[in-house]
Design a protein around this ligand. Structure first.
Ligand SMILES: C[S@@+](CC[C@H](N)C(=O)[O-])C[C@H]1O[C@@H](n2cnc3c(N)ncnc32)[C@H](O)[C@@H]1O
Ligand SMILES: [Zn+2]
Length: 294
């Protein structure tokens, strides 16, 4: 009985894939409709769902390299590290912000994670948000989206760039961007009139414990407050989330190291130093901003 229920649920989720998402054709911008396992527009362009359940909407002329975005190692390290629960306080804070913001909202929300990586945040925020919500995630990295779609069946994932987001104009209530690049114009276009953009960026002391091992004179991160204020957005709320993270094994430390740009910018000598660590105490310092579309 359990197996039958499980199979039915899995099939149902597969059938539901992309049913309530306002996707647009990356070639001609017309609405994409789903028919079986294919998305197609009225001009005859079509895009097949991959076996993992995601769809690739990144055109080859929108790529600067064969495999743009985070590579397999970065995505897999991020998955392992995030699944340890180390950044769960950030999940709780974002869910709390969404719950506060939409407490009186009765219609379903469309929330998009732009540059969602391997999907951890979408899935864990989804579990804490009270509103009926349609969560969608996209990223330029096919490796990351494959990992995301394989594990998190309740979320719709697609491969796309923030510079050409294949979503209809005014189709989105809330965009979340966690440590990912931002395209203000595109984000403003897909947001509806009351839409908000939640950004998470490193605040001054973020990962200072790791940076102090890697650099002789580690620089503080610049605050991003107000960076997006101007033509498209007003700042609605600025929030800081700071805590101390104690890692007590080399696996977690290496996963953290590999998911940061430090892994690629460190000297061989400093990398070896991190490689030998069995404990690490570091400050985690997130800046969370909510921007309202103008
Ligand atoms: C630092 S990671 C953060 C991933 C995820 N938000 C998280 O915190 O786990 C940045 C992500 O942005 C993606 N990315 C980089 N450039 C992009 C672009 N132009 N369009 C969409 N995603 C992009 C990368 O592939 C990567 O997954
Ligand atoms: Zn088309």
């Amino acid at each position: 009985m359990f197996i039958i229920t499980f199979l039915l649920k899995t099939i149902e989720k597969r059938i539901m894939k992309f049913d309530s998402v306002s996707l647009s054709c990356p070639i001609c911008n017309e609405k994409l409709e789903k028919e079986n396992k294919t998305l197609h527009c009225s001009n005859g362009h079509s895009f097949d769902l991959a076996k993992e359940g995601y769809v690739n909407l990144l055109l080859s002329n929108q790529k600067k390299s064969k495999n743009p975005g985070d590579n397999k190692l970065m995505s897999a390290s991020r998955r392992e590290f995030l699944n340890s629960g180390a950044y769960f306080p950030l999940v709780e804070r974002i869910a709390q912000l969404i719950n506060e913001k939409y407490k009186d909202n009765v219609s379903p929300l469309a929330v998009v994670d732009a540059g969602c990586g391997e999907g951890y945040y979408m899935d864990s925020i989804n579990k804490l948000v009270k509103n009926t919500t349609n969560f969608i995630g996209f990223d330029m990295s096919r490796d990351a989206i494959k990992l995301a779609a394989k594990k998190y069946k309740e979320i719709d994932f697609f491969v796309a760039s923030i510079n050409n987001v294949p979503l209809l104009s005014s189709s989105t209530d809330c965009i979340i961007s966690i440590f990912s690049p931002i395209n203000e114009k595109e984000f403003a276009r897909i947001l509806n009139d009351n839409g908000i953009l939640i950004t998470v960026t490193p605040n001054k002391q973020h990962l200072s414990g790791l940076a102090n091992i890697i650099y002789d004179k580690a620089k503080e991160h610049d605050s991003k407050i107000g960076n997006l204020e101007g033509e498209n957005f007003d700042l609605e709320k600025n929030d800081i989330l700071t805590f101390t993270l104690n890692l007590d094994n080399n696996t977690d430390i290496m996963n953290l190291f590999r998911m940061t740009p430090y892994y690629y910018s460190s000297s061989k000598e400093k990398s070896e130093k991190v490689n030998e660590l069995t404990t690490l105490e570091t400050t985690i310092d997130f800046e969370i901003n909510i921007f309202r579309k103008k």
